[in-house]
Design a protein around this ligand. Sequence first.
Ligand code: AMP
Length: 423
Amino acid sequence: MTFQELGLAEPLLQAIAATGYTIPTPVQSQAIPAVIAGDDLLVSSHTGSGKTAAFTLPSLHRLADRRPAPGSGPRVLVLTPTRELAQQVEKAVKTYGRSLRWLNTACLVGGAPFFAQVKQLARAVDVVVATPGRLIDHLERRKLKLSDIEILVLDEADRMLDMGFAEDIDRIVAATPAKRQTLLFSATLDGVVGKLAQRLTREPRRIEIAPTVENRGNIEQRLLFADSVTHKTRLLESLLGGDDLQQAVVFTATKKSAEEVSLSLQEKGFSAAALHGDMHQTARNRTLDKLRQGRIGVLVATDVAARGIDVAGISHVINFDPPRQVEDYVHRIGRTGRAGRDGVAITFSGPREVGIIRAIERFTGKRLDVHVIAGLEPAPRSAAPRTARPPHRGSGGYGRDARPGAGKGWSAGRGEGQRRRAP
Ligand code: AMP
């Protein structure tokens, strides 16, 4: 299947060719013709599946055939749970819409100056990408009308519900025309998401792209047992000194621990920075820019802040704390292995975290490979549930020899990055 066969307009095919994509991903080849046909969609797909293009391309296709009448409101609205994801989606809209020279977009997210957004809305805007809270602010102050919306996209709907946006979503939807087309993307389509979908969509086509490990086959997934937070910190420092590490995202359970881990890494000489929801949006953007430019080696982030990060240089994802929800595991590891590259995802399991690790393995259908780092082996008690075998000694195995100061990783010359794989 080619993009031409999906029926997309010529300007979009040009933009796709310029991007370098040749073959549509499974979610794209199923979703694009269905959206062009005018169907509502319920799509379960994971991050990294190409879902952004799956809704952006056919939405732009709809916009491409006619310019709106003067004074019309936006025709496409995309709601996302986080600011970072909204910015990422707006970027994709601009990339794929580059041949539509008249196309105007607005990204309405909290933390950014409100009146700069009002100014953006003063011109004719075709596509709005927004987080629910800030969009409501604009609606309440009558800075925006949604009565011309033709396509409404809910991206990562499950996450929006998790974050307590259900009421906001209902208010926003009520401001859009009933005859709109609704596209709902979510990691899961069950439970509360299913109920939301019932309220918002009409005879939707259901597309399920399973978030299985096969889809993330380019990401090697490892498990390291840890006895304590101190042990985790030592494991982390060791991994970050590794030769093959370009850039890493380290996930923590709380904002506080993101700050603490980042600070402790900085003190050890690592080029680390924190990213979490308590930071001002300007600081979050600055940090992400630095990450993209390669000026930050290690980003220590919470789940919400890290959604939508798409940086090809991220070679490693390290789960300092496992995620609370199994779906987040798939989102987290999807931060590496971008743009067709290989990636490594390493999860630390503390003594009380074995249960969630098992749940992750059930969810992904794959057991994580237990690794140990020579000199940093867990006490037998922690490793007992999975009986990690002791590391190799000597020159064999997966690791490399200890070399003080070795590694072009992000260490300040601390050379403890040697790994040993449990045979
Ligand atoms: P997403 O699932 O939207 O977060 O996209 C995942 C990544 O896949 C992004 O880096 C896109 O640029 C890339 N991508 C999207 N569609 C394609 C395609 N058809 N071929 C190759 N890469 C793609």
